[in-house]
Write a protein that binds this ligand. Structure first.
Ligand SMILES: *Cc1c(COP(=O)(O)O)cnc(C)c1O
Length: 388
């Protein structure tokens, strides 16, 4: 076992597919695809073209590529919006020579992943006062505020998809499109439901990115960027190794927009987001499996894991909450008790990581995404021992 070899203890991850805890598990079919991909070499642009066909099928997008994660998808998507199909603009990033260098972002959607916009070279213009969150008011940003912020420096609108996100994406896209501007959507963790693979694009997103290593079950360092063919092609060419001669390079048909380039750019701003053939192969297989799985069967699988924790623990105060992913909540009575229990779970052998995001309400959460039933039994037994 490689982890013994490296001298690293494994842990039980009931926190969800967080990057800090190495994401989740890959199905054997996904790991096998990566293994097979590692055994021969291919043209990486053709590999992305094959992924494009798989992503098109799953998302309904005109085009798609595999990225090294959703964060990379935001960076590459922003680079595409900033540079379009102009190799001079690509070469200049993160500097933008003329005006179009800013993304409009609704203030309540600001988050630490949006710095990927800045990495590509974009500035952020915030709009709206989210006083329904701060308490004294009832509003969030309105579409007219987004429209009022559009000017000659605007390159696009960034949108964080989520249950709380306002205004509705459809309305934001209508305003942006009326001004010829693209909308870039971060939907990293908005799966399941699987219909979200298509929903944001149907609602008007020009580009949408997802994490491959969350519920899709792909390689931890993978993601998807899908949407308009010209923008996806621009994103791709800004990620690829471009140490090539013009007369020896031709883009695959899936990225035909690249034939419009007046010359080839050098390594782009996205070169540090490279993905290997193994990640591309793994993501393709995982995405097909995720899109094909019956949502009720998927939910039943997760419910069974949580039910196993409940059964093995036999405690009051444990309840299964429904949502896109069902969660198990344990009411510990106070924040101090929740923190103490989380620490003891983490300090045990094997270490158990739960989700502490609701500790202020005295609640610990157990997420089934990265768990199997054997681990569920261990968690249940440990809870029984520690709480009793
Ligand atoms: C998880 C997450 C990301 C980062 O995704 P990676 O695939 O790890 O790069 C970005 N944005 C949001 C909203 C996320 O939840």
């Amino acid at each position: 076992m490689i982890y013994e070899d490296l001298g690293i203890p494994t842990l039980i991850n009931a926190c969800g597919t967080v990057t800090r805890l190495s994401g989740g598990r890959m199905a054997p079919e996904v790991a096998e695809a990566m293994r097979q991909a590692s055994l021969a070499c291919v043209d990486i642009a053709r590999m992305q073209a094959a992924a494009c066909r798989v992503i098109r099928e799953a998302t309904g997008a005109a085009a798609g590529i595999v990225t090294s994660g959703a964060s990379a998808g935001v960076l590459l998507g922003a680079a595409a919006c900033l540079a379009g199909l102009d190799p001079a603009r690509m070469n200049a990033l993160p500097a933008v020579a003329d005006g179009r260098c800013e993304f409009i972002v609704v203030r309540s959607q600001r988050n630490m992943y949006d710095r990927a916009l800045a990495v590509a070279g974009a500035g952020i213009v915030e709009v709206g006062i989210p006083d329904r969150y701060s308490g004294p008011g009832v509003r969030d940003a309105a579409c007219w505020e987004i429209e009022a912020a559009i000017g000659p420096r605007t390159a696009g609108v960034y949108y964080l998809a989520g249950a709380q996100s306002r205004p509705a994406l459809r309305d934001v896209a209508a305003v942006a499109h009326a001004h010829g501007l693209p909308v870039l959507v971060d939907a990293a963790a908005q799966l399941p439901p699987a219909c979200n693979l298509q929903r944001f694009l149907k609602d008007g997103a020009d580009l949408v990115c997802f994490s491959g290593g969350k519920a899709i079950g792909g390689p931890q360092a993978s993601g998807i960027l899908a949407g308009r063919a010209d923008l996806v092609a621009s994103a791709l060419v800004q990620m690829l190794d471009m140490d090539v001669y013009d007369d020896m390079w031709a883009p695959p048909a899936e990225f035909a927009a690249l034939a419009q380039l007046r010359g080839l750019p050098h390594h782009g701003i996205g070169r540090s987001c490279k993905v290997g053939k193994e990640e591309i192969a793994g993501l393709c297989v995982a995405l097909r499996r995720f899109a094909a799985e019956d949502p009720a069967a998927r939910r039943a699988r997760w419910q069974a894991v949580l039910a196993e924790i409940v059964r093995a623990a036999g405690l009051d105060g444990l309840r299964i909450e429904s949502g896109p992913v069902p969660l198990l909540a344990l009411d510990c009575g106070s924040e101090a008790a929740a923190v103490a229990l989380a620490r003891r779970l983490a300090a045990g052998e094997p270490s158990i990581a739960c989700a502490p995001g609701r500790r202020e309400q005295g609640v610990l959460v157990f997420n089934p995404l990265a768990l199997n039933e054997d681990e569920a039994r261990i968690i249940g037994a440990r809870l029984k021992e520690l709480v009793a």
